[in-house]
Structures are given as C-alpha cells and as structure tokens.
Ligand binder design. Structure first.
Ligand code: ADP
Ligand code: MG
Length: 695
C-alpha cells in the first residue's frame, strides 16, 4: 500500500506543478536523509568498517571515532556539504532573533604538499572542539584572561546537515568542566533519572536494563506577520515584542482564528510547508500544523522523542521558522508576548519517562503489565506528586523567561502557581490507594452517543482536558503548559528530570532499607496531596485557596530565578550531580542579567520610538499628549540610569522588572492614546491592524 501511495504521489507530482507546490511532496524520498542516524548512517558506516550499532555505545568516541568521521565525511559530501561545526547552546540562550546556538564553521579540507585538496576531518576533529568560553554569558565562570572552553560531541543526539554545513551537537564547558551551556546540565539530569528511575523500577518488579529516559514533545507557537510591516516596527525588530500599539478594532472576539483554514491565499501556508519540508529532510518529524488562537498566530508540533534530540531539533526548528518566513515575505515572532490583548505564545513541554525499550512510566497499563505489580503505577505517581509539590519553585524558575512575564496568570497561560491536574478518574484512584486500597487502576471508559444513526456512538477517554493547569496529566504524559515559546527548554527538562530522580532515589533508598513501597507512596500522597488541583486555575478564588494551602506560588519571574541558589535547591542539584553550587550561582546571575538586558533594550527602544515616531506624529497633527510624551522620555532615561547604578545582578533585575511592568506600561498608555487621535497618514509606525491581519 505504501508503494502504491508513493507511486500515486509520484504521478501527482509529475502531472501537476501547482499541486506540487502546494502539497509540499517534492522531498518525500529525501525525508530523513540529512540526519546521520539509522539506515542513512548505516550505509556510510558499513563502508568504513562500522555500522549503526557502533553508535549505540557512546564509547565509540574512543574506539571508532575515525571510522565514524570518515562515514560522516562521505555522507556530508554526498549532500553537497563541505563544512562542519560543533554546534552548542550557550547559557540562557533564547529564541528572540537568532540567539539560540553557537557555532564556528570550518571547511572539511586542506591542501597537501601538491596542492591537492584532501580530507581534513578525522575522528579527533569530530569528537572535540576548542573555543572561547569568555564571550558567552558565563556568570563569572570564565574571564577574558582565562577563557578556554571546550566543545565535546553529544552522542545522544544525531548530527544534522543543512545547506553546505553539518552540525555536530556538542556540550560546552569551561576548562575546569563547569557547564557553560544548556545541554550539559540536561545530560547530567538524564543520568540521574536513568540511575534512580532504574533503581525504583527494578525494585517495583520492572525490567530497566535498557535504561530509563525522558521523552518530550514540544509544541511550538509563533506569529507570522508581513515582513514589510515588521520593518516599520523597531520594537519587533530589536526586542521581539510591540512595546506600544493601540488595539486593532478586531481581535479574538469571534474565536475565528484557532484551527481556522490555513488559507493558501496568504504566504503563511506556503511558508509552513517549506518549514516542514526542511525539517523532515533533517529527520525532524514536524507532524502537526495549525492556526492558533490569536490572529496571525500558528503552531507546529513534532512527534515526541528523547529530550536531547527534541531540544536540538527545536532550536533548529526555531531557526528554520525565522529563515524560511523571511523567504516568504514574512517575519516570524517567537517571543512570548509580541502583542497586547491577544494571546501570547507558549511551548507546551509534553514530558514522560520510559524505559528505552518503550515502557512508559506514566501509562498505568504498561507499568502494571511490565512489573506484574498492581501498585507500581501508584508508587511512581506518588513520587512525582511529591516532586511537584516540593520543587514547584524550581519549575517556576525554569519558565522565568522575560517574555513569560506577560503571559503567566493572564488567562491565556496558567498562573504562576505550580499545581497539577490529574483528572477525576486518576484522582479518585490515587485517593482510594492513599486510604488503603490496593486495587489496580482501571481507567474508566465513556461512550458518547449523539443520538443519531449516522454518527455511531463512540468511546472517549475517561479524563477531560484542563487547559488552565500548569502541569496537567494527560494519560501517559504530563504537559508543562506554562513554558515560553522562545525558550530553550533545557533548563525546564533539567528541572523535571532532577526532581523526579530525587524522589525516585528517596523511594528506592527506603525500599532497599526494607520498607514497603505502597506505604512510602501512601505517606507521600498524604503529605503532598494539596498540589493536586483539578479545578479552574484561572479563577481568583481558587488561586487564593491554592496559595493559602502552601502550593508554590512565585508571581515575579525575577524572584523565581533567585530560587536556583536556595539551600534546598543547591542540595538537590548537588546530590543528583546536575549542578554544583558555583554553577547554580553563575546561572542565576546569567538569567538575571538576561532579564535586565531584555528590559534595557525595550526601554531604549521605547525612547527611540517616542522621540522618532510618536512625538513627530503628534506635532505634525497638533493633537495628542505632547507634554506627557516629553516627560516620559525623562522618566525612562532615569529608570535605565537607576538600573545601571544598582550593584548586583538581582538588584538590577528587580529594578528592571518595575520599569517594565509598571513605568513602561503607563507610558505605553500615553503612546496608545496618541495613536488613537493622530490621523492615519501621520502615524509612521505599523499598526496592530497592519501587523495582525495578513489576509
Ligand atoms: P495537544 O493538543 O493534546 O497538546 P498536540 O498534538 O498539539 O496535542 O501535541 C502533543 C505533543 O505531545 C506532541 O508533540 C506529541 O508527540 C507529544 N506526546 C504525545 N505523547 C507523549 C509522551 N508519551 N511523552 C512525551 N510527549 C508526548
Ligand atoms: Mg498541548
């Protein structure tokens, strides 16, 4: 059937040029060719005395690096690539304007003494690179006088090829091995999860010999707006969000954007097709595409997989989105809140834990069948409930991206209160278990009967969906819904893995000491039950109730970042070998500086826009709040000066937050009032109408 379908596609493609352009089928047989993995890699590895099995043991970097390098070289040349780079993710990198990865691109050749071109790409070139560690955010871990940094190949994520370059996923550390990047702590947290997940799973009767890993699927939201209008917005160009702008008369009133047709009349569909095409060539399964809730807002979702691969793919997907959008006359906005009063963008981080052979810890039937232990699933869930309750502060810290300031709690994303939704069915099961029942979990089934013959009654899951919860369980996975669209989600997953690993370790220690697993789980559920909340998280009364019950709530992102170095959290990360105390303090400083830098750019941009656009428009038109605008410039400059004068990273960030969320919001209102009265022909900035309505 597949062959037939292919033949059919082939025929369609050859027969209809316009259909081919629209349906994006051209690269079908090229899908996956630009990732050095599986069958594609095997073909090249075989020629050099290795095979795809060679790549399964990370120790190939010591035993077979030359063979692999030769295979990679041939594979690259066949794709027209002759350049390589070690490709890394600097600390606190986020996706507002190409900021996501670092790379130095090198030719894979040299001249020999006869000036013949020969291969200059060996095993040792492939597995390690050296670079400058001081020019990236490092929180004091490196200096210009002690700048050495190293790039080491990450065997868990495959090499990618795009254009003339191959990208070697790498960890980036200082001369002393301190993590300067997003990937290193993630890899360490994977090791902790593997170790303690395997211990617990084995004690519960399961087979963990294949190893334990976290799987994630990252839904990527974004805006695509007309590029000519984007060039009329210095704020979007420089900071990724509109710092001013009166609402358009139309917004989300009709609920007519979400999942609406991806109209071929605009370039958005063609752009999304090309983005998918590029991604599929590189083995990145960008499966789902649709419009999102706000005008000109869209989403892509891949098929989930192991976290290092998914995160590497996601940072590439974000780059491809930006670049391909430009080719289609569009600008992609990945920032969390580009526009006021319409929805912002998130990146739902779907997360599950599984054996590498595929038994999902979060799928009750799989766990019970594998372990032959009816209580095993409840024990795992109890450990996770305890982890969320105890370490919700870290989950909050991990989503404290500057753009998320405008989303969390604004009734489009869950509030900054870290509860979890388990659903009625699962909750009553765990409650019964907590109170002594040892029955196994039997998910309820539900039949929907529409009362028609034509649509037959059908089965639906027992659980509803709760889109107001920051961390709902969805049967087989948790979905961290508060994550920001621009984030590199490594820290998010580092936190999830570490807090799970710690609880798995604590449970395993006690079981090994002779305690009964179910008793430990019951005790944990009793202690941490408050964190389970199935109701409406947008409701203010509920928020009050959750806050009073002691569920972690940290409204300020700046304050949330500060929890990285509390005594509890340093102990946690050190115990799990994920971060040292020094690395945590450095990272905290970097995140605060990142926040401050973001706000400073926004404030300076606002000053320029008022001086260069708003004031001239108001003068020209002889309407509007001229004096207030002039005073605003003074206020903004004083605000920036005050930040500069502050001593520590955290002090600066705290002042920046007030400037951004109080002062700048007041000043924006003055600018927007001016926009309301200035005649259109005198208004020089692109308006929300021009930015948000592509078609
Ligand atoms: P929804 O609207 O329910 O959030 P989407 O299709 O938009 O669904 O996205 C769901 C994401 O979750 C996809 O990336 C999918 O691959 C991923 N996912 C599904 N199951 C799992 C799992 N067990 N572990 C991790 N991610 C998963
Ligand atoms: Mg989702």
């Amino acid at each position: 059937a597949a062959v037939k379908a292919l033949a059919r596609r082939e025929a369609t493609r050859n027969s209809s040029v316009s259909f081919r352009a629209m349906a994006n089928l051209a690269a079908y047989e090229d899908f996956g060719k630009n990732v050095f993995a599986g069958k594609v890699a095997d073909e090249y590895l075989q020629k050099h005395g290795a095979s795809k099995a060679t790549l399964d043991d990370p120790n190939w970097v010591n035993t077979d690096a030359d063979k692999v390098a030769n295979a990679v070289f041939d594979w690259a040349i066949d794709r027209g690539a002759n350049v390589y780079c070690h490709w890394f993710q600097p600390m606190a990198s986020s996706g507002v304007r190409h900021g996501l990865t670092g790379q130095v691109q090198n030719m894979m050749f040299k001249f020999n003494s006869d000036y013949e071109v020969v291969q200059d790409f060996k095993g040792k070139t492939l597995i390690k690179g050296e670079t400058d560690g001081s020019s990236f955010p490092n929180g004091g871990l490196r200096g210009t006088h002690c700048a050495g940094g190293y790039l080491a190949l990450d065997t868990s994520s495959p090499i990618l090829c795009r254009g003339d370059t191959i990208f070697i996923p790498s960890a980036f550390v200082s001369y002393y091995g301190a993590a300067l990047d997003e990937k290193t702590p993630l890899l360490r947290s994977n090791a902790a999860l593997d170790k303690h997940g395997a211990r617990l799973f084995t004690l519960l009767g399961g087979d963990a010999s294949s190893g334990i890993q976290a799987n994630i699927g990252l839904e990527q939201e974004m805006f695509l707006i007309p590029r000519d209008q984007y060039y009329r917005r210095p704020d979007l160009q420089l900071t990724g969000r509109t710092i001013m702008g009166k609402n358009a008369p139309r917004g989300q009133e009709m609920c007519d954007h979400y999942m609406a047709p991806l109209s071929s009349a605009t370039s958005a569909l063609a752009a999304m097709q090309e983005m998918q095409d590029e991604c599929w060539r590189m083995g990145m399964p960008l499966k789902t595409r649709h419009r999102e809730v706000a005008p000109n807002q869209f989403e892509f979702a891949p098929l989930f997989g192991s976290n290092t691969t998914q995160i590497d793919q996601n940072v590439f997907i974000m780059q491809i989105i930006e670049e391909v959008a430009a080719k289609h006359g569009l600008a992609a906005l990945l920032q969390e809140k580009p526009f006021n009063d319409v929805n912002g963008s998130g990146k739902h981080n779907n997360w599950s834990i599984a054996t590498s052979s595929g038994i999902n810890f979060l799928a009750p039937d799989e766990v019970i069948e594998e372990t032959g232990n009816d209580e095993a699933f409840a024990v795992i869930m109890a450990a996770l409930v305890a982890a969320i309750d105890e370490h919700g502060d870290l989950m909050r810290a991990a989503i404290a991206n500057p753009g998320n300031d405008f989303r969390l709690g604004a009734c489009e994303a869950p509030p900054a209160i870290m509860s979890t939704y388990l659903g009625d069915d699962m909750t009553s099961y765990l409650e019964a278990f907590m109170n002594g029942s040892s029955a196994k979990y039997e998910p309820g089934t539900k039949t929907l009967d529409l009362g028609t013959k034509e649509v037959m009654p059908f089965q639906v899951p027992a659980e509803d969906r709760n889109r107001t919860s920051p961390f709902p369980y969805g049967g087989a996975r948790f979905e961290f819904r508060s994550v920001g669209s621009a984030q590199n989600v490594s820290l998010v997953n580092t936190v999830l893995n570490t807090i799970a690993a710690e609880k798995f370790a604590a449970f395993a220690d006690r079981i090994e000491a002779g305690e009964n697993p179910a008793d430990i789980a019951r005790e944990a559920l009793k202690k941490h039950w408050k964190v389970i909340f199935n109701g409406d998280n947008y409701d203010v009364e509920n928020q009050k109730m959750l806050t009073e019950s002691g569920v972690w709530r940290i409204d300020s992102g700046v304050e949330a970042i500060s929890v990285l170095s509390t005594e509890k959290n340093v102990a946690l990360f050190e115990k799990m070998n994920v971060f040292t105390g020094t690395e945590l303090t450095a990272r905290q400083d970097v995140l605060h500086d990142h926040y401050t830098g973001t706000v400073e750019m926004e404030a300076l941009c606002m000053i320029d826009m008022i001086n260069q656009h708003v004031i001239p428009s108001v003068k020209e038109s002889e309407v509007g709040p001229l004096d207030e605008l002039a005073a605003s410039i003074t206020t903004l400059k004083a605000g920036v000066a005050e930040i500069h004068a502050a001593e520590s990273s955290v002090d600066k960030a705290q002042l920046a937050r007030v400037l951004r969320l109080e002062t700048m919001i007041d000043i924006r209102a003055i600018c927007d009032a001016a926009e309301e009265v200035v005649p259109a022909e005198n208004w020089t900035l692109a308006t929300y109408k021009e930015l948000l309505f592509l078609d």
